[in-house]
Design a protein around this ligand. Structure first.
Ligand code: ADP
Ligand code: G6P
Length: 468
């Protein structure tokens, strides 16, 4: 049964960004880009925070319809945003789930705000849900929402998908009330993870901490509660992205990039400015290459596009300051009057322009220290010219590494590994580049965002096979 044909899909996520039409908006983050593609052409609603604040929470819903997607958003109080979004979501769960215990802050006020806002979402959403709707909750901002909907008597099928990694069992133990959080996941019919690795970590927790069991089909049981936990890697909107690559804006951006490169090879990085993306290590790896290979001076440059993100959180202010300093130091040491080794840009670009910029790069550098999936890796590959493709250098710690096994996989903590991989990519013969590109592209075409949506909603409707 194709989702949408029978059931309406209600998608809930903190960030709601409807498609903006031609070219698409810039700097949306992977979740919003993927959900807007998943909802297009299927009737349904995308519910979440408006991004705005209000003096007093009213639960008023702003309904909008744009480019085939209906959004329903609510405003939150400033205190909600501080405690729930900047607090529990981005100062507690995000760092911890990205293996950064050193950055994780545990404050009871954050946890209270998180529960309050999730209750508010449940309260406002409940009247919108009709009996046949499939309800699909997304990401770490919303873990307990399903439980709160159940408490209000919602009996629909409800699924949850986590876009970020699930941490190893022992790491999760450092979260106060970890068990309470995990127990709320049993309110869902299906819980999805990006990778096998995350699914395994979740199963470890359930077995070791909760005495639960995992059946052959993936069903997890703890006491008298059970649910399906699946591995369901998210993809990009491949057909749509390929179209964007052929657009006039993409071709023009490609042409302009080639012109401004003046015959030099371009290495590209595109990331939200986030400490999980390994940007400092990436710059250090590139610096190592410049130290080792004087012959490449004036022959290559790194374009790093990194729009600021979550600027109210201190760790994000710090990473921004240290990247400013590091790029300045490297440019100061190596630049000459005609050549700047790093072009460091802190802004977003429309998707079609971005596609053209990716295509102009001989090397794509995607080196997160930890990442749920990383859609930039897939976009970079999809944007390449099949007759003369660039090479993707990919962190072994990005979820995408489970699928894009023919990228050059590296350890993002090692500047040496990064430097060696860049040198190897720059020198790689055309045949090998084509073969690696084809293997990556086969996966990106087969397992795109529509495949992901179907895999998850099939499981939610109970028609999925075992999806180990
Ligand atoms: P994350 O979700 O952690 O930000 P992903 O790589 O999965 O990381 O997704 C990022 C998404 O945001 C991609 O679709 C990418 O194209 C988009 N994006 C990132 N930086 C920019 C930018 N500077 N301009 C436009 N889009 C961007
Ligand atoms: C990641 C998260 C998303 C989030 C996005 C952008 O992709 O998984 O949930 O929306 O980053 O972050 P922001 O805080 O701006 O929504």
């Amino acid at each position: 049964m194709e989702c949408g044909a029978m059931s309406r899909l209600i998608i809930i996520s903190n960030r709601v960004q409807p498609p903006t039409g031609e070219g698409g908006g810039g700097n949306q983050g992977g979740l919003a880009v993927a959900l807007s593609a998943a909802l297009r052409e299927s009737s349904g609603i995308w519910f979440g925070w408006s991004g705005e604040t209000t003096d007093q929470f009213t639960g008023h819903i702003n309904l909008q319809r744009a480019f085939g997607v209906t959004t329903a958003t609510i405003d939150l109080e400033e205190q909600d945003v501080d405690e729930y979004y900047n607090g529990y979501a981005n100062r507690t769960l995000w760092p911890l789930f990205h293996y950064r215990m050193d950055l994780a802050e545990f404050e009871s006020g954050f946890a209270e705000g998180y529960e309050r806002v999730n209750q508010r979402f449940a309260e406002t959403l409940e009247p919108l849900i009709e009996s046949d709707d499939l309800v699909w909750v997304h990401d770490y901002h919303m873990v307990p929402l399903g439980q709160y909907l159940r408490d209000r008597g919602i009996t629909n099928r409800i699924g949850f998908f986590l876009h970020i990694p699930w941490p190893p069992y022992r790491l999760l133990l450092s979260l106060p009330n970890h068990r309470q959080l995990v127990e709320t996941l049993f309110a869902y019919d299906v819980v999805g993870f990006q990778t096998r690795d995350s699914l395994d970590s979740f199963r470890d927790y359930v077995r070791q901490e909760m005495g639960g069991s995992v059946a052959e089909d993936g069903r997890i049981t703890v006491g008298d509660r059970s649910m399906m936990a699946i591995h369901c890697p998210i993809g990009i909107d491949t057909a749509n992205f390929l179209e964007a690559t052929q657009s006039t804006a993409a071709r023009y951006a490609y042409y302009r990039m080639r012109q401004s490169s003046s015959g030099r090879e371009m290495i590209i990085g595109v990331d939200r400015l986030d400490y999980s993306k390994g940007l400092e290590e990436r710059f250090l790896g590139y610096e190592r290459l410049l130290q080792q290979r004087e012959d490449l001076h004036g022959e290559v440059f790194l374009l790093q596009i990194a729009p600021p993100s979550r600027g109210d959180v201190q760790s994000y202010q710090e990473i921004r300051a240290s990247l400013d300093a590091l790029s300045g130091r490297i440019n100061g040491a190596y630049a000459d009057v005609e050549w700047v080794p790093i072009r460091y840009v802190n802004r977003g670009y429309p998707r079609d322009r971005l596609a053209g910029i990716y295509r102009a790069a001989k090397v794509g550098l995607v080196t997160p220290l930890r990442d749920g999936m990383n859609l930039v890796a897939k976009e970079y590959v999809a944007a390449q010219d099949p007759e003369d493709p660039g090479i993707l250098i990919l962190s072994q710690f990005a979820g995408a590494a489970e699928q894009l096994t023919q990228a050059l996989l590296i350890n993002p903590y090692s500047p040496e590994d990064i430097a060696d991989a860049i040198a190897r990519a720059l020198e790689m013969p055309l045949d090998e580049r084509k073969a690696r590109w084809r293997a990556c592209m086969d996966n990106i075409e087969a397992e795109d965002v529509l495949w992901w949506r179907k895999r998850f909603t099939d499981a939610l409707e109970g028609v999925g096979q075992s999806v180990e």
